[in-house]
Design a protein around this ligand. Structure first.
Ligand code: FES
Length: 104
């Protein structure tokens, strides 16, 4: 099965509830954050100065960039410390136990 415009990113069961994993979809590294039955997809680079973001720095709906301490919301991409900055976010769907991400 395929979903038009979406690419398969992971199996839903790979992501612990409340957890974050890193995957690659095509050439693009992504973070997948599972919160209950929902999965949110974000980029792996901080919108401040493009430092790498890591799954281990995610807690609740917030991911912390350890470079300068900025915090981003995994659902909206909004940066709590600099309102003009947004982390990349991607639409997701969960179908038949698979997580699909719309990259463009
Ligand atoms: S690069 Fe992430 S807070 Fe500065």
């Amino acid at each position: 099965m395929s979903l038009p415009g979406y690419q398969k990113a992971a199996s839903f069961s790979e992501i612990p509830d409340g957890g974050t994993i890193e995957v690659e979809v095509g050439p693009l590294p992504l973070l997948l954050h599972r919160r209950g039955e929902k999965v949110f997809a974000t980029g792996v680079y901080c919108p401040h100065q493009d430092f790498r973001l890591y799954p281990s720095n995610c807690s609740g709906d917030t991911i912390l960039c350890t470079a300068h301490g900025y915090r981003m919301n995994i659902q909206t991409g909004a940066c709590q410390d600099e309102p003009d900055l947004f982390m990349a976010t991607y639409a997701t769907r969960v179908e038949n136990g698979e997580v699909w991400v719309k990259l463009y």
